[in-house]
Design a protein around this ligand. Structure first.
Ligand SMILES: CC(C)(COP(=O)(O)OP(=O)(O)OC[C@H]1O[C@@H](n2cnc3c(N)ncnc32)[C@H](O)[C@@H]1OP(=O)(O)O)[C@@H](O)C(=O)NCCC(=O)NCCS
Length: 248
């Protein structure tokens, strides 16, 4: 697919393209002062993303004018037990017992997540972790969890830890994320991290630490595409970690 834009639209298209990194953006019309774009993933079906309002930091506010004009796009939502079957289907794409970065599975250590009641309880705990009026467990910090979804399909998770403890400063960082295996390499992690950055700023943070395994090239690129500046590579209890700071 070609990139189609001219005149003033070119700047906007370039910005949209960088937001939906990994896909191809085509301007297909104008509605209500905004432009309608189509986005084609590197592989997979055509998507029609809108730019969430939270992207306005990177688009000078123009993105929000597009949001009403297009439909079907990945979005971040609060965890919900309504997506139980989709979550299970995603989980089944991972090796049994795999760690899902940023998914908050540690909040359900003994749960049978096939069981709707256990699943709903886990979802409740995920949502509660952002409630600063509720104390968090030993070694934990308050955090906000989002699911990356499209058309009621669970595609991945991302979380934002509100502050760092010693472990997070060394190993885990402020933000963790994972994408279900069949939806990788379509720009989703890059998009999700970019979407959460304004949320971090809204919390009062002026920079965030994002870490990854030294050999995790997909995460390295995700972080660097979002402006991560490498502080160091350290040997930690969690292995060799690249530690990046992103200024908000
Ligand atoms: C790492 C992970 C989040 C990347 O998600 P994703 O949605 O595939 O990432 P994106 O599509 O946004 O890709 C970002 C960049 O990494 C590249 N990339 C992604 N996976 C890659 C891989 N396995 N090998 C090489 N490059 C890869 C992409 O090509 C893109 O780079 P480019 O635009 O320069 O070509 C995903 O592989 C995952 O969930 N892994 C398991 C959990 C994890 O490692 N989480 C991160 C912990 S810090």
């Amino acid at each position: 697919m070609v990139l189609v834009a001219d005149g003033a639209d070119q700047d906007l298209t370039d910005e949209v393209f960088s937001l939906f990194h990994g896909g191809i953006v085509q301007v297909v019309g104008e509605v209500c002062g905004g432009v309608v774009v189509e986005w084609t993933a590197k592989s997979g079906p055509v998507r029609r993303p809108r730019c969430p309002a939270s992207h306005s930091r990177r688009t000078g506010g123009r993105a929000s004018s597009m949001s009403a004009s297009v439909a079907r796009m990945p979005e971040l939502i609060a965890p919900t037990d309504q997506l139980h079957s989709s979550w299970l289907a995603a989980r089944d794409e991972w090796p049994p017992g795999a760690h899902h970065d940023g998914a908050g599975l540690r909040l359900a250590p003994d749960a049978d997540l096939e069981n709707p009641e256990d699943f709903a309880e886990w979802v409740r705990r995920l949502k509660q972790q952002s409630d600063t009026s509720v104390a968090v467990g030993e070694g934990r910090v308050h955090a906000t969890h989002w699911w990356i979804v499209e058309d009621d399909s669970y595609l991945g998770a991302i979380d934002l830890r509100h502050y760092l403890n010693a472990f997070l400063l060394d190993v885990g960082g402020h933000i963790g994320y994972s994408i279900r295996p069949t939806f990788r390499r379509r720009g989703l992690a890059t998009w999700a991290l970019g979407t959460v950055l304004p949320e971090a700023r809204a919390l009062g943070l002026d920079r965030v630490l994002v870490t990854c395994d030294d050999d995790n090239i997909g995460s390295v690129r995700t972080i660097e595409h979002n402006g991560g500046v490498l502080e160091d590579v350290r040997t930690t209890e969690g292995g060799d970690k690249r530690r990046y700071w992103i200024t908000l």
